[in-house]
Design a binder for this molecule. Structure first.
Ligand SMILES: Cc1cc2nc3c(=O)[nH]c(=O)nc-3n(C[C@H](O)[C@H](O)[C@H](O)COP(=O)(O)OP(=O)(O)OC[C@H]3O[C@@H](n4cnc5c(N)ncnc54)[C@H](O)[C@@H]3O)c2cc1C
Length: 382
């Protein structure tokens, strides 16, 4: 089959790898003008590691990654208040790596060995599924016919919008935003220790990287719409973190100089179905669990692998799509349930959560009811 994969993050190249192995002709279209570099670190472990092993890429991942020896929480004066060794929760340090999301993506893409066509700086503008094929119009004006389209374009997926409808139906905002940025020669360093400081409504993490670089991750509660331009995003962080302790003022000082600045809302994607006609979604586009789940990249690989292997063994794409969902929907729902009650920093006493009967998770106790947008009744959320 001719398959179009939209997005060259984690799920997209993984799907392309396994589809190519099964003999399909794969094109990847990526909106960014180049494959991304830098960015935040992901803790990569669990079932995603099994998929990586099958792809033969574990040595490359370990070469680029870090094995953290401690996660240490400090108070506003920098004194240790809690600490744990990641190996206590990871199956074994041999099967875990903390690495830049862009490095994980690059290693998966390299494993493809040029077997898929890659179109950079373009995206899909229109999809018309006539039952036999999907006619795709790209933003650049080119067109193409594909047997299948796989949306691997992340949390804010355009494929999802085009094929399934508006984000409001599927996106559940968790009331937080997250920012990540790097600084060179930041004076404080704690090699292989994730330094964390949390207080009411926020958490800051500092990680010392190779070549005297430091990565900062800031997450905070925010009830309004997430700003979209960098100046407004920085202003929001400054306003919310003004007067905070530990190294927060020094970290904010470094923010404007950062060459790369990641900022996004923290949301989950909850859909009753990940496929329609000849279009399927994988990874964050289908079932983003949010960064609070800490396993999104591994799950994205598992989804891409499962979809491709079902396509390789099923009689047709309908059967494959149905088996893909049956196998993974319960797992993804449970991962989402686990973390949807987590918030940044400490909650105030008034914010005692209520529980949603549909998903069994904590919902916002201060709101009148359900924040889930998948259409189930408010009364089931009390
Ligand atoms: C701050 C933070 C920390 C995280 N920590 C962890 C962690 O510790 N462990 C973990 O496993 N996961 C973690 N995650 C989650 C993980 O990053 C995601 O689950 C994973 O990246 C999802 O992979 P994906 O391929 O579905 O989407 P993405 O990685 O988001 O890739 C989507 C790709 O599609 C491209 N794209 C977007 N729109 C279009 C378009 N219209 N057309 C074409 N291309 C498009 C994007 O440029 C991108 O290359 C974290 C996430 C965040 C935000």
């Amino acid at each position: 089959m001719k398959v179009l994969v939209v997005g060259a993050g984690i799920a997209g190249p993984t799907a392309a790898f396994w589809l190519n192995k099964a003999g399909h002709q794969v094109t990847i279209v990526e909106h960014a003008p180049a494959l991304r570099s830098g960015g935040y670190l992901v803790d990569f472990w669990g079932a995603g590691f099994d998929v990586a092993e099958k792809m033969g890429i574990v040595p490359q991942l370990q070469r680029r990654g870090y094995v953290m020896t401690e996660a240490r929480a400090v108070n506003r004066d920098g004194r240790r208040v809690a600490s744990f060794k990641p190996e206590a929760v990871m199956e074994s340090v041999q099967r875990y790596s903390s690495l830049a999301r862009s490095d994980l993506s690059a290693v998966i893409y390299e494993a493809l060995g040029g077997a898929a066509e890659l179109i950079l700086g373009d995206t899909v503008q229109d999809l018309t599924d006539d039952g036999d094929r999907v006619r795709v119009t790209f933003e650049s004006g080119r067109t193409g016919d594909f047997d299948l389209v796989i949306g691997a374009d992340g949390l804010h997926s355009r494929v999802r919008r085009l094929a399934f409808g508006p984000d409001e139906a599927y996106e559940r905002y968790l009331g937080m935003v997250v920012a990540a940025f790097e600084a060179d020669r930041y004076p404080e360093r704690d090699e292989l220790v994730a330094m964390m400081h949390a207080d009411i409504g926020f958490q800051t993490v500092r990680l010392s990287l190779r070549e005297d670089a430091t990565l900062f991750l800031v997450s905070l509660r925010h009830d309004g719409d997430a700003p979209t331009d960098r100046a407004a995003q920085e202003s929001l962080l400054r306003a919310k973190l003004s007067g905070k302790g530990w190294e927060v003022p020094a970290i904010l000082d470094r923010m404007s100089q950062a060459k790369k600045f990641y900022f996004d809302s923290v949301s989950q994607i909850r859909m009753p179905s990940w496929t329609t006609g000849r279009v399927a979604l994988v990874g964050g586009a289908a079932a983003c669990p949010s960064f609070l789940a800490g396993q999104g990249s591994a799950l994205a690989m598992v989804e891409a692998y499962t979809l491709a292997t079902e396509l390789a063994t099923a009689g047709d794409h309908r059967e494959a799509f149905s088996r893909y969902q049956q196998r993974l929907m319960p797992l993804l729902k449970s991962k989402q349930r686990c973390c949807s009650g987590f918030g940044a920093g400490v909650r105030t006493q008034e914010q005692v959560p209520t529980f949603c009967k549909e998903y069994g998770d904590a919902t916002d106790g201060t709101a009148q009811g359900c924040r889930h947008r998948d259409g189930h009744e408010l009364s089931r959320c009390r």
